[in-house]
Design a protein around this ligand. Structure first.
Ligand code: NAP
Length: 242
């Protein structure tokens, strides 16, 4: 059986991705850090959509915990593999660089970029052996354009975009595609504190996007319809930057 793993699937964009992939027939593994109640809510939404889901909490920024959780999952599912991986878990910790401390830099890099390496490396082996896989990385407008106050986050997302392009070339012959999506402002907990009335003036569509609008693009990239698309970045930003 082909499973889909969504990191950071408990809330926001990850939750919408879980539901979209379940609607496409994938049993979904919902990863998250600590918000068990939110993860249970995502699971209930997947089941309400007619899908199957299981919870797999672990810290994607921790290599050992990532390996241990994914090894345990594989041991419990000897006949299954993770065919779709959505590297979505992420945090931001904004500050002008002159005031940015070491923790703000390293934590954002660990959670947004090192996680891509730890999770993907572990899941990739069976995708290559089975000769079919889909990897979709949750980048950001910030990683394409760079945003003031986000040197750490822009570096992480920009690094993720470059790694997407490199890995896509490594694995293309085995029918494993690797793409990224780059959302602009999306309505989630991550953007709840931002001055929305001011920011929407920058967006040609004059609104924030919904998690579902991002999830639909992820589901397309994960589908057979996107079989000849790899190493690409799709912007989902209401015209803010293309
Ligand atoms: P969110 O609502 O804050 O949700 C973040 C998710 O990531 C939660 O499920 C959280 O789990 C999980 N997470 C955080 N740290 C983790 C860790 N160390 N290990 C495992 N899971 C972890 O964020 P969002 O807005 O949906 O963002 C999702 C992704 O889209 C992020 O990569 C973000 O950078 C990117 N993005 C967002 C926007 C936007 O406007 N919202 C724009 C561009 C890109 P818990 O529930 O357990 O905390």
């Amino acid at each position: 059986m082909r499973y889909a793993l969504v990191t950071g699937g408990s809330r926001g964009i990850g939750r919408a991705v879980c539901v979209a992939l379940a609607k496409d027939g994938y049993p979904v593994i919902i990863n998250y850090l600590s918000n068990h109640q939110a993860a249970e809510e995502t699971k209930a939404l997947v089941e309400a959509a007619g899908g199957k889901a299981e919870l797999l909490p672990f810290d994607v920024s921790d290599r050992e915990k990532t390996d241990a959780a994914l090894d345990a999952w594989q041991d419990a599912h000897p006949d299954d593999y993770i065919a779709v991986l959505v590297n979505n878990a992420g945090i931001r910790n904004d500050n002008a660089m002159i005031f940015m401390d070491d923790d703000a830099w390293h934590n954002v890099l660990h959670t947004n970029l090192d996680s891509f390496f730890y999770v993907t490396r572990r899941v990739l082996k069976l995708m290559l052996t089975k000769r079919w896989g889909r990897i979709v990385n949750m980048a950001s407008l910030s990683g394409l354009k760079g945003l003031a106050g986000q040197a750490n986050y822009s570096a992480a997302k920009g690094g993720m975009i470059a790694a997407t392009k490199a890995l896509a070339q490594e694995v293309a012959q085995r029918k494993v595609t690797v793409n990224a999506v780059a959302p602009g402002f999306i309505e989630t907990d991550m953007t709840a504190e931002l001055p929305k009335d001011e920011l929407v003036k920058l967006v040609p569509m004059r609104r924030f996007g919904t998690p579902e609008e991002v999830a639909d693009a992820v589901a397309f990239l994960a589908s057979d319809k996107a079989s000849y698309i790899t190493g690409n970045v799709i912007s989902i930003n209401g015209g803010l930057y293309t």
